[in-house]
Design a protein around this ligand. Structure first.
Ligand SMILES: NC(=O)c1ccc[n+]([C@@H]2O[C@H](COP(=O)([O-])OP(=O)(O)OC[C@H]3O[C@@H](n4cnc5c(N)ncnc54)[C@H](OP(=O)(O)O)[C@@H]3O)[C@@H](O)[C@H]2O)c1
Length: 249
């Protein structure tokens, strides 16, 4: 199965949709939040850094797009109280959730397992794997209130091409595919919720620069250039696509 890589949503085609994007302060999350807003969505910008969230908020506000919302949540340290508070506030303000994109991610160390720092291992698994699971679980009641909800997990090339030294990042992204598969099958009888994953491929972001410091960044695609498949799955055209993995490039 394939989806259009160069999909551009028609103007206002995401109007009336409420879409939460984690990692909205940087790279793919920021680019996707802006594109969703451009297509008329009300975006809930989630991140751990309030000042960076404010900057993305201002960028969207300057576009005359629907006013976004901000949800400060540090996925490394959030507790059940924080997750419940987020669900409660989205419920109170919007009454539903139409899109949930798990963009936030942490690279961790690129080192042999023999030397891999155990606290870093735990943090990377928590932010990249456990946090998206918890967020999906706690927001499921609001996704059920939507007539057409889409959950997207952000995958990576390390899932299909196992490479040494990618440590906890590779393990977390591989396990995230299991979460996507289990959740999509468990919700199979609910056609109003689709669950998929997309590997964005290499993108010119701080994470990529940290992983490949010697690379010429100008040769790497911008995050904005790979948002098409994400926008497709978030739009009405994505309805019926469930349980799949896609490559954005
Ligand atoms: N770049 C690539 O080439 C590439 C390739 C394949 C897959 N991916 C995946 O694409 C996604 C986006 O990556 P990116 O390249 O756009 O990286 P990025 O620019 O480094 O952005 C990562 C985002 O995750 C957020 N984040 C990190 N730790 C967090 C925490 N504890 N709580 C909340 N948010 C946290 C960051 O927040 P701050 O701004 O506060 O740091 C930032 O918004 C990731 O899932 C990554 O694994 C990237």
């Amino acid at each position: 199965m394939s989806i259009p890589k160069d999909f551009t949503p028609a103007a206002a085609s995401l109007a009336d949709r409420v879409i939460l994007v984690t990692g909205a302060t940087s790279g793919l999350g920021r680019a996707l939040a802006i594109e969703c807003a451009r297509a008329g969505a009300t975006v809930i910008l989630s991140g751990r850094n309030p000042a960076k969230l404010d900057r993305v908020y201002d960028e969207i506000a300057a576009m005359k797009a629907p006013r976004p919302a901000i949800a400060v949540l540090d996925l490394a340290s959030a507790t059940a109280v924080d997750y419940d508070a987020l669900a409660k506030s989205i419920g109170a303000e919007f009454g539903k959730l139409d899109g949930l994109v798990h963009t936030a991610g942490l690279l961790g160390d690129r080192t042999p397992l023999e030397q891999y720092d155990v606290p870093t291992w735990c943090k990377v698994l928590h932010v990249n794997l456990t946090a998206p699971f918890i967020l999906s679980q706690v927001l499921l009641p609001l996704l059920r209130k939507s007539t057409d909800a889409s959950v997207i997990f952000v995958s990576s090339g390390v899932v299909r091409n196992s490479r040494p030294f990618w440590g906890a990042y590779a393990v977390a992204k591989t396990a995230l595919e299991s979460v996507r598969s289990l959740l999509s099958q468990e919700l199979d009888g609910e056609p109003n919720i689709r669950v998929n994953s997309i590997n964005p491929g290499r993108m010119r972001t701080p994470m990529r620069a940290a992983a490949y410091p010697a690379e010429d960044a100008s040769t790497v695609p911008t995050p904005a250039s790979v948002t098409g498949p994400f926008l497709y799955l978030l739009s009405a055209q994505g309805r019926g696509t469930n349980g799949e993995y896609f490559d954005a490039q």
